[in-house]
Design a protein around this ligand. Structure first.
Ligand SMILES: *Cc1c(COP(=O)(O)O)cnc(C)c1O
Length: 247
């Protein structure tokens, strides 16, 4: 059984190695602990070791953890599917939202963001490979949504996010990440100054860093395995974390 310190050291050294291979500075890659299904104590342990950013997929679970960890100065990222009836809580309680995939959601988050908190940082989620089971815009509609989102006062469009199809092969893993980076560069050329590429999870973080990830969302490698959410449910989906639309 590894300790949190050992898991963290391993993740940091992977970031370091991949960054060096890419000719990048390791501190340009922000590590987000993907803490869904992990207990408050495990988040606290990592916070004590210096991790400040945590990503949650489910609103009610996140609000409970935020309350239990309110004594710490943490940055909360919403990285799960967004149901429109949950946007108010997301706008009020998070610092970043990585999974905005339609303009309607961006508008609601903008309207519902409390003005004293400053604009909510958002990324547009892109479904690069057009996977029917996954959330995300298709690349073809990205420009239109990005330009519309930029006009909204309560949010600040920061960049793009993607969750590509799993693959064991580094070359195959890199391809969709390269496409996401090209999409960001295209928006940049159109005058949108975006600085964030949220891409890379435990199994593909090296590929993501090689293609320019500025935020990686790491669950398993940081926390160890999580209890499958579907375990106590009759209708568990095969990939419960990326596919289940329920909250
Ligand atoms: C669960 C999750 C992660 C982390 O996954 P691991 O493979 O455990 O690192 C990252 N991003 C999103 C959107 C997730 O749902």
């Amino acid at each position: 059984m590894q300790t949190a310190q050992q898991r963290l050291d391993k993740v940091l050294s992977s970031i370091h190695d991949a960054a060096r291979r890419a000719g990048r500075a390791p501190h340009d890659i922000r590590l987000i602990g993907a803490s869904k299904a992990q207990p408050v104590a495990a988040i606290r342990e990592l916070a004590v070791l210096g991790i400040r950013d945590f990503g949650e997929n489910f609103v009610q679970e996140a609000l409970q953890k935020q309350a239990a960890l309110a004594d710490l100065d943490l940055v909360w990222h919403f990285i799960g599917r967004i149901q429109s009836n949950k946007t108010r809580e997301i706008a009020e309680c998070f610092d970043w939202v990585h999974s905005v995939d339609r303009i309607k959601i961006a508008r609601r988050l903008s309207q519902q963001r409390p003005s004293d908190r400053g604009p909510l940082n958002i990324c547009l989620q892109v479904n690069i490979q057009h996977e029917p089971s996954k959330a995300g815009l298709h690349l073809e509609s990205l420009d239109e949504v990005a330009h519309a989102a930029r006009e909204l006062p309560g949010i600040q469009l920061r960049g793009l996010m993607a969750i590509p199809q799993p693959s064991d092969d580094l070359v195959t893993q890199r391809r969709p990440f390269a496409q996401l980076r090209a999409a960001l560069e295209k928006l940049h050329a159109q005058g949108l100054h975006l600085d964030t590429l949220s891409m890379g999870m435990t199994a593909d973080m090296d590929a993501a860093i090689l293609e320019g990830a500025t935020m990686i969302r790491i669950g398993t490698a940081l926390f160890g395995p999580r209890e499958p959410r579907g375990a106590s449910r009759a209708n568990a989906a095969p990939h419960p974390w990326t596919n289940v639309p329920k909250d």
